[in-house]
Write a protein that binds this ligand. Structure first.
Ligand code: OOG
Ligand code: MG
Length: 257
């Protein structure tokens, strides 16, 4: 039997993103499994690197129950971040360049010295230099924002853009900080960093472990998004979005009208 066409899947998802046009789900049609889906994600990253983008970090997905419930997939996943996906804090995104964008509040880590593959993180403050509030803009390339586990992995876990707020030194506790997502000054989602695997620090352990299974090693200087603490909210034209994380501050993003 011929396996799924990894290059073809990456091309289809890459084109869907480039043209802001949804595509149908792939897994059922192509027999894509999780390992092959990560290979397709790598091919999709390669497509970005070939056009000059730089790999700047890793993002976790579905590290909270709120997110798992929203998309109906209940496994922790990870994807890649490039420099072209980063939007400056307070910056504006063109809504027309996305298919059906959603925003979600996140916590970002700036990675420092990480343990060797297979080793646990000893001192979190050695592994993480700084933390920041962040906004992730996700945009599934699949019609109706509907997908299976291998589908969303191949699609780089719906990653599209991200905003990092001001960096702070790692505070004493990260496991129970209040999280708010505000749209146009109104609270759209409320949560706690406890929703992220009980403690967002755990997301880094999971990221190291899960990416390591696919030969990907996290690097010093990378940005790491621990996963959304709440469900994501559709990004409407003209919206002004703020993510507030207690003790860490605020990240903001505007949508073009
Ligand atoms: C998948 C990406 C999930 C998160 O923070 O949980 C994610 C999706 O919701 O489309 O980025
Ligand atoms: Mg996210």
């Amino acid at each position: 039997m011929i396996g799924p066409d990894v290059a073809g899947i990456a091309e289809r998802l890459g084109l869907a993103a480039d043209t802001a046009t949804a595509t149908g789900q792939l897994a059922a049609e192509t027999g894509l499994d999780v390992d092959t889906a990560y290979a397709a994600q790598t091919a999709l990253l390669r497509r970005r690197l070939d056009r000059g983008e730089r790999l700047v970090g890793l993002k976790m997905g579905l590290t909270s129950r709120a997110k798992m419930a929203q998309v109906g997939v209940d496994e922790v996943i990870w994807g890649r971040l490039t420099d072209a996906m980063r939007v400056p804090d307070g910056g504006t995104v063109e809504v027309g360049t996305y298919i059906h964008p959603r925003v979600e509040p996140e916590v970002a880590f700036l990675l420092d010295r990480l343990p060797a593959p297979g080793e646990p993180i000893g001192d979190f403050r050695e592994a993480v230099r700084a933390v920041a509030p962040a906004i992730e803009l996700i945009d599934s390339r699949y019609a109706d924002f509907t997908f299976s586990l291998p589908d969303v992995i191949a699609d780089n876990t719906s990653a599209a853009s991200f905003v990092i707020g001001p960096w702070s030194p790692v505070p004493d506790g990260l496991e129970n900080l209040g999280v708010l997502l505000e749209i146009d000054g109104r609270v759209a989602q409320v949560g706690s960093t406890a929703a992220i695997l009980g403690d967002p620090r755990r997301a880094l352990d999971e990221g190291i472990r899960l990416a390591g299974r696919h030969g990907v090693r996290l690097r010093e200087g990378w940005v790491f998004l621990a996963g959304a603490a709440t469900a994501a909210v559709p990004l409407r034209p003209g919206a002004h979005v703020r993510a507030v994380v207690e003790k860490l501050g605020t990240a903001t993003l505007r949508a073009s009208s």
